[in-house]
Ligand binder design. Structure first.
Ligand code: CUK
Ligand code: CUA
Length: 625
């Protein structure tokens, strides 16, 4: 990369003024470019030893994980394994995390959601969905670890529209993207899709103290392929908004058949009314879950026409505007919440779908903003601006939210104030704090889907890229580009000083009955054909460092890392056994297996911990039965 000291370059040109005009002009252009590059480099530069200002939590798509990067450096700083094993932290190898993963070793994470209190991030939890297996998970931000996986959620297929939290994290809303015959397991003719298939919206209840999730209730939905959602706040408090992309109810060649109608239908769900209806006994049980049928319980679901084949549906920080992006229409539909609630109240309908009222489009839509081609998702800076990702244009459009002047209303292209090209083909974008009522507003990250040729070549599987854009000024400024793990969808940005993660698990909190804290207490015991070892791990030994068993024995190992020093992690890997647990300071982890083959199998610490790390080893001795 070329690097010109900025002030010197400026002086050189000023001095040459009027002398070598042509040369100076060229130099000036080049120099301006260099200045932009230098500014950008400085804006994202985090010097060695310095730290970032924000966390970027981004979903890893079908890698099943969540990744953490720092902003503005965009450095990848952590992987939080959620739906797939991750040997780096031993996730999916010890008994507890194995049990959480259950039968699955992958997931498809699309939308992370930080927990909120009063429509602000409260720094407690991060929720994510698994579109592939209808699950949702909770990551604790105290230690950045996955604490619960809920699911597969009954009566659901493809939890794409999740996780979206309500303003005080009362519920996570989860909608199935795919409709199927219900109850699940029932087989119906695909030709009868429109009559036999259904979608489902699930309200997952979150315990306010522990964060423990459970399926609360469900709402039966038309088979429209409900895609994305966003929860209300302020005037839209108590509502959740969904888009759908298959109002045509096509069951094959969706590419063509689900793109016929001029408009698709979004859904507006009054979740407070729905929760009340469940309490009033208006739900019917299906697979143990109370299910509401909106055709029979009026006032819970309303539909509304929105731009063709919509994708995202995003509520602004004030809660007054809901914006739907129409993938196949170069506009976003801006819904006026006040008018919407008025129309619902006054039953200003333009029809219904099987008993679910369709709110009059023209009464509640404030306008359709011509943002550009392929609008997907919209984010907000809290200063009255919206930012929409344009997949086909491969750009971000910045535009002004209402209220609009009469002149603007007459030509809404006037409210589109800036555009910036991204490389290439952006999917999601995230503005720091956009889904709260007080966005931080400084940074926008564009997560690009097809980042063709943005990195040095590593073969046919081209690395993804994300770009950091400064949105603090009038014009958006491209600042940095970074590799992001596959495959990023949505993300959340949290200010670093809003959380204080722990550095060790305090000994006093370890209630594991199998923990041992003194080398003298480490032991191996046999009961019948069950061998149990309680092992201490401390720099730089395992105590005991010999475990004896016979072929056919069940062997249970409980390893406690008794360190209380930050970053003193010990691993425990056994040769030839596919066992690799990693124990953080103050933690106890367990693993169980059946001794299969006689032999002497070394075990060793996998995590470099001291100058004598290499010596931190022992033997598993398996004798003939
Ligand atoms: S989806 Cu990926 S670009 Cu799953 Cu949120 Cu829109
Ligand atoms: Cu303990 Cu390396």
């Amino acid at each position: 990369m070329k690097h010109i000291p900025r002030t010197l370059g400026g002086l050189a040109c000023a001095g040459a003024l009027g002398l070598a005009l042509g040369g100076c002009g060229k130099q000036a252009g080049e120099q301006a470019g260099n200045e932009v590059a230098a500014d950008a480099a400085q804006a994202s530069y985090v010097a060695p030893g310095e730290k970032d200002d924000y966390y970027l939590f981004y979903s890893g798509g079908h890698s099943g994980q969540v990744y953490v990067a720092g902003i503005p450096s965009m450095r990848h700083i952590s992987t939080i394994p959620v739906f797939a094993p991750y040997p780096g932290t031993g996730y999916g190898f010890d008994e507890e995390s194995k049990a959480m993963l259950g039968d699955f070793t992958w997931g498809d994470v699309h939308h992370p959601a930080l927990s909120q209190t009063g429509s602000k991030y409260d720094g407690r939890w991060l929720f994510v969905n698994d579109n592939a297996n209808n699950r949702v998970a909770r990551v604790d931000l105290r230690d950045f670890k996955t604490k619960q996986i809920l699911g597969p959620i009954p009566n659901a297929s493809g939890s794409h529209a999740s996780s979206f939290v309500t303003e005080n994290t009362e519920y996570l809303f989860v909608s199935t993207r795919f409709s199927t015959p219900l109850p699940k397991g029932r087989v119906a003719d695909l030709e009868k899709y429109a009559d036999e298939f259904n979608g489902m919206v699930t309200a997952v209840e979150v315990d306010p103290e522990s964060g423990e999730m459970k399926v609360g209730f469900q709402i039966l939905m038309p088979p429209f392929d409900f895609d994305l959602a966003s929860t209300g706040k302020g005037p839209s408090s108590g509502y959740v908004f969904f888009t759908s992309y298959n109002t045509e109810m096509a069951h094959d060649t969706l590419e063509v058949n689900a793109s016929q109608a001029d408009r698709d239908l979004g859904a507006i769900i009054n979740w407070k009314a729905a929760a009340q209806a469940v309490r009033d006994g208006k739900a019917t049980e299906m697979e143990g879950v109370p299910v509401l049928d909106p055709a029979k319980v009026p006032g819970i679901v309303h539909l509304i026409g929105i731009a063709k084949s919509p994708h995202g549906m995003d509520v602004d920080p004030s809660g007054k505007w809901v914006v739907a992006g129409g993938k196949l229409q170069p506009t976003t539909t801006v819904i006026n919440v006040e008018k919407l609630l008025g129309a619902i109240e006054g039953e200003d309908y333009e029809g219904d779908f099987r008993g679910i009222p369709i709110v009059s489009h023209d009464s509640v839509v404030e306008g359709e903003v011509p943002v550009g081609l392929g609008p997907l998702h919209t984010q907000y800076d809290g200063r009255g601006n919206a930012y929409t990702s344009l997949f086909i244009d491969s750009a971000v459009a910045k535009w002004k939210l209402p209220p609009w002047t009469d002149e603007e209303k007459a030509d809404l292209s006037k409210v589109v104030v800036d555009k910036i090209t991204v490389h290439y083909s952006i999917g999601h974008l995230v503005v720091a704090g956009s889904d709260t009522n007080a966005p931080y507003g400084k940074w926008l990250v564009a997560m690009n889907k097809l980042s063709k040729g943005r990195h040095i070549s590593v073969g046919p599987s081209q690395p993804e890229s994300s770009q950091l854009i400064d949105i603090s000024g009038e014009k958006m400024k491209m600042v940095a580009e970074a590799y992001t793990e596959p495959e990023p969808h949505f993300a959340q940005i949290l200010k670093v000083d809003e959380i204080k993660p722990i550095e060790v698990y305090p000994k006093a909190e370890n209630t594991n009955p199998n923990a041992v804290w003194d080398l003298a207490d480490g032991k191996v015991e046999r009961e019948g054909n069950h061998v149990t070892a309680k092992i201490v791990a401390v720099r730089s030994r395992f105590g005991p460092d010999k475990v004896e068993a016979r072929v056919g024995d069940t062997v249970t190992l409980h390893v406690t890392n008794i360190e209380q020093t930050p970053d003193m992690i010990h691993g425990f890997g056994i040769n030839d056994h596919n066992i690799n647990i990693v124990v953080d300071p103050g933690e106890t982890k367990s693993v169980e297996f059946v001794a299969q083959k006689p032999g002497i199998y070394p075990f060793y610490c996998t995590n470099f911990c001291s100058a004598l790390h290499q010596e931190m080893q022992g033997y598993l001795v398996i004798r003939e039965a």
